[in-house]
Design a protein around this ligand. Structure first.
Ligand SMILES: Cc1cc2nc3c(=O)[nH]c(=O)nc-3n(C[C@H](O)[C@H](O)[C@H](O)COP(=O)(O)OP(=O)(O)OC[C@H]3O[C@@H](n4cnc5c(N)ncnc54)[C@H](O)[C@@H]3O)c2cc1C
Ligand SMILES: O=C(O)[C@@H]1CCCC=N1
Length: 387
């Protein structure tokens, strides 16, 4: 074991761990970031070229956090000297009189988010090549857009290193011993930290086993589908086609969302916001295509300019909590172990603000937002603790 003691060890170099490590290093904390795979990799939740960034949330806390997150993304762009965000707008469609759509409308208005509300008769003039379902309303968040995900992850990791942070990749954490100094063992070394941040994405519960805690997290495989434009460019970023979210396309179904064609010319990304349960190390054995069947029907009905058969299918994973809200908290027994987990398929856009909040918890500071919606305690009846 090295005699060196880190102020903080962060386990998991996805977007949340990388942003947390960067915030810690910026705050002069001696920080080690451990990653099980050789970087970059495509086995977790943060890989891929694009993610949606938006303020269209029904809950106040997410909108408040997104105000600051946009600023922090812009700051990262300046620090890294690369473009990470492209403004495209996001179109949200949903049952006009449905609870979710009405709540979203009200929240957007209450927070004075620049929003355009589209009437049925003017819809196709603003958004050609999309069929708005009968009974659906539509709104546009005009500042929303696309984050360049892989590029962002690399940029944050580089910035972390430039502040003196240490990344050790290809080092899987196999044991954690809690204490005033937490001892972390990997396949090739033993490290000590005054605090530990666990941001292990789909592997959160595997790591938490070493601390006697299990959270109610479900890991699902997402089929990331790209669809061919019948006429290349119809839905492209250069034609100002927006990202979109279709809320509750059918009763009992999850949202469907899409991003303008960009990363693969002529192909538009359209995905289902849920998948089938999987073990994170067995992701590729999960071959259920029920979500793709739903998407085929949706594309046929609503996106007539796309060939209704996916041209490319990639894989990713969500780690989902029962209420789809994140876990941002200290361990209930070991106050110097901080947990960031359960990002439920919508955490990327919050990366910089989550990094700030988790770093504040790791440094023993009061977090800048009320984190009660993200506390572990809310799962009281689900949480398994062997302590
Ligand atoms: C298809 C898809 C589309 C999405 N779209 C959006 C979107 O449009 N907008 C948005 O905001 N969000 C989106 N998300 C969600 C967002 O990408 C995730 O919330 C976010 O990437 C989660 O990051 P993470 O750091 O928690 O997890 P991960 O990226 O999985 O990082 C965890 C890391 O921990 C490492 N690790 C695990 N165990 C160990 C161990 N024992 N030792 C060392 N390292 C370990 C893993 O290898 C991994 O690198 C999407 C997600 C998917 C899958
Ligand atoms: O978080 C996001 O914005 C995307 C799109 C909607 C569903 C999940 N991820």
């Amino acid at each position: 074991m090295s005699s060196e003691v880190y102020d903080c060890i962060v386990v998991g170099a996805g977007i949340q761990g990388s942003c947390t490590a960067y915030q810690l290093a910026k705050n002069k904390q001696k920080t080690l970031l451990l990653e099980q795979f050789v970087l970059p990799h495509s086995r977790g939740s943060s890989h891929g070229q694009t993610r949606v960034i938006r303020k269209t949330y029904e809950e106040d806390v997410y909108i408040q956090m997104m105000h600051e997150s946009y600023e922090l993304w812009a700051q990262l762009e300046r620090e890294a000297g690369v473009e990470l965000y492209r403004r495209t707008r996001v179109l949200v469609m949903g049952p006009e009189n449905g609870e979710g759509f009405l709540r979203l409308k009200a929240t957007m208005q209450r927070h004075k988010i620049p929003t355009v509300f589209l009437e049925k008769q003017e819809f196709s003039q603003h958004i050609p090549n999309v069929n708005l379902a009968d009974g659906n309303g539509a709104l546009i968040d005009t500042f929303a857009g696309v984050l360049y995900a892989d590029r962002a992850l690399r940029a944050v990791q580089r910035l972390f290193q430039s502040c003196g942070g240490v990344i050790k990749d290809g080092e899987k954490v196999i044991d954690i011993r809690p204490g005033a100094e937490v001892t972390v063992t990997t396949g090739s070394g033993v490290y000590r930290g005054r605090s530990l941040v666990i941001t292990a994405g789909p592997w959160a519960n595997t790591l938490l086993t070493h601390t006697g805690l299990q959270l109610p997290l479900k890991v699902v495989k997402i089929n990331v589908c790209y669809w061919k434009e019948k006429i290349p460019g119809t839905y492209s970023v250069s034609q100002s086609f927006p990202c979109f979210i279709e809320m509750e396309p059918k009763e009992g179904e999850y949202d469907i969302y899409g991003l303008p064609s960009n990363e693969y010319p002529g192909l538009m990304k359209v995905c289902y916001h849920m998948g089938s349960e999987t073990e994170p190390d067995e992701r590729d054995k999960q071959t259920d295509r029920g979500d793709i069947d739903i998407l085929v029907r949706y594309v046929t009905r609503c996106l007539p300019g796309l060939v209704p058969v996916p041209a490319v299918v990639e894989s990713c994973m969500y780690t989902v909590t029962p209420d789809h809200n994140f876990v941002l908290d200290s361990h209930p027994t070991y106050g110097n172990i901080i947990i960031g987990a359960g990002f439920s398929g919508h955490g990327f856009k919050f990366g910089p603000i989550i990094g700030k909040l988790l770093s504040q918890l790791a440094m023993g500071q009061v977090p800048s937002y009320d984190l009660s919606p993200f506390r572990i305690q809310r799962f009281q009846s689900h949480t398994r603790s062997s302590l």
